[in-house]
Write a protein that binds this ligand. Structure first.
Ligand code: ADP
Ligand code: ASP
Ligand code: MG
Length: 421
């Protein structure tokens, strides 16, 4: 009888939300719970600025980023506890200060993980303390020695066998007489205890790993929306909540970029049939979306998935010969080497184009590698709209109608449009 809950950045972004979270957990009668929490609000972005400044040894930016993070947490502490600081939080900030006073190694991804992971350590320590303060016993767990990954910094590959064993060993409700565990999403470690992360927005995946390892009854991810909608309400004014999705449909949505669920979350749950609920933390009694085993109960509406900040990279042979499979393999090797995912592909006699997420560091490295052999062009500031379950001619394409269209692709179930942002 175990439930796993995951609260993302938005649900713990300020004191009000943390108080609401504590109340929700107090009212929840379920006997055994693991709560997986992300960094507060946009703290991971702030930590990314700190990691960049540290790596580039820019003292002013480093100080600004550190001060911002420190102040953000201090403000929440003073609202929640009526005091300026908490010893445990001060200790974590001391560790950050020690880290950034040192010179960085040459491995950016490694340094990134060592720094950015503090976002989740801070949030879980602070929230665990507050929940106790509010009268609810709980046990804080550092997930890192349990969740083991490869040394693939920023995108750790999980060692399932060892991690499952460790997680089962640690989260023992009855033996330890604990009913509520609080732990971190997103972070993990190598076998030698060096911190790794699972990729941006990876806390949903962490929660699924914990849920599968403990064979939980369900996983609920609490969001600032009513569930999985048929479009992102930030960009589409009219949206519709989807009541039920099969694992397969949910995997497709996440794959195309519906950022409400991290793409890796669904497979571990599907493996042993754990249902996933996506619910609104502002309205906990609303039904939300259930993702599970049954096949479709009713046909899905058209679903609009928008990926922003895309870049189209095109290669051509310098002498304008036809591109061969070897050329395409070279392109894909460059993408794989820099851990970039291809979101859309287009091929013609002389050109081969791939759309990827714009990530400055990766992008420059990929371009540099391709330029060694090819003529390379790129087009950035793009967005990729995927529409599923819809007859393209009948789509209401208001969203893209005034935008410059670069690529359009259709198959039986899916239409895709690459446009200028
Ligand atoms: P978290 O707090 O867990 O980090 P996110 O901000 O990553 O949550 O995810 C929730 C957001 O995902 C919503 O506020 C919404 O803007 C966006 N979103 C994108 N696609 C969808 C969709 N299909 N359904 C619901 N929300 C979506
Ligand atoms: N805090 C991390 C991020 O913002 C992980 C997560 O929230 O899922 O990417
Ligand atoms: Mg998030």
């Amino acid at each position: 009888m175990i439930k796993v809950y995951k609260f993302g950045g938005a649900s713990v972004k300020d004191a009000t939300n943390i108080i609401r979270l504590a109340n929700q957990l107090k009212e929840d009668q379920y006997p055994h719970k693991v709560v997986v929490i992300s960094a507060m609000g946009k703290m991971t972005n702030a930590f990314e600025r700190l990691a960049n400044a540290y790596f580039e040894q820019n003292s002013q930016d480093k100080k600004d980023a550190f001060d911002y993070i420190y102040q953000y947490h201090s403000n929440i502490i003073s609202e929640l506890f009526n005091q300026d600081s908490l010893i445990e939080i001060e200790e974590l900030f001391e560790q950050i200060e020690t880290k950034i006073a040192d010179s960085p190694s040459l491995n950016f991804d490694f340094e990134y993980d060592q720094i950015v992971s503090f976002g989740e350590l801070l949030s879980t320590k602070l929230i665990s303390k507050y929940i106790s303060h509010a009268g609810l016993n709980n046990s804080w767990v550092d997930i890192r020695p349990l969740l083991r990954t490869s040394e693939n910094y920023r995108e750790g590959v999980v060692d399932w066998q060892i991690s499952e064993q460790n997680i089962r060993q640690k989260f023992r409700f009855k033996t330890n007489n604990v009913s509520l565990y609080i732990t971190q999403g997103f972070i993990a470690s190598t076998y030698t205890n060096l911190t790794t992360t699972l990729g941006r927005e990876g806390s949903d995946y962490s929660a699924a790993i914990v849920a599968k390892s403990l064979e939980a009854d369900s996983l609920t991810i609490w969001k600032d929306v009513d569930g999985v909608l048929n479009a992102d309400p930030r960009y589409f004014t009219v949206t519709e909540k989807i009541e039920f999705l099969s694992y397969r449909d949910a995997i497709e949505l996440a794959y195309f970029g519906a950022s409400v669920i991290h793409p890796k979350t669904l497979k571990p749950l599907r493996d042993i049939g754990i249902p996933l609920f996506v619910k609104n933390f502002h309205h906990t009694i609303r039904e939300g979306t259930m993702i599970g085993k049954q096949e479709k109960v009713k046909p899905l509406p058209p679903i609009y998935i928008l990926k922003k900040d895309q870049v189209l990279i095109t290669i051509a042979d310098r002498g304008l010969s036809f591109l061969t499979e070897e050329d395409i393999a070279f392109f894909y090797q460059a993408l794989a080497f820099h851990q970039a995912k291809s979101n859309l592909v287009q091929q013609s006699a002389l050109y081969f184009s791939v759309v990827i997420d714009k990530n400055d560091r990766k992008f420059s490295a990929i371009i540099e590698q391709l330029m060694q052999k090819y003529q390379v062009k790129y087009n950035d500031g793009l967005e990729l709209l995927t529409i599923q379950n819809s007859n393209p001619t009948r789509n209401s394409l208001d969203y893209i109608s005034h935008k410059e269209l670069l690529i359009e692709q259709h198959n039986r179930k899916t239409s895709r449009y690459l446009v200028k942002q």
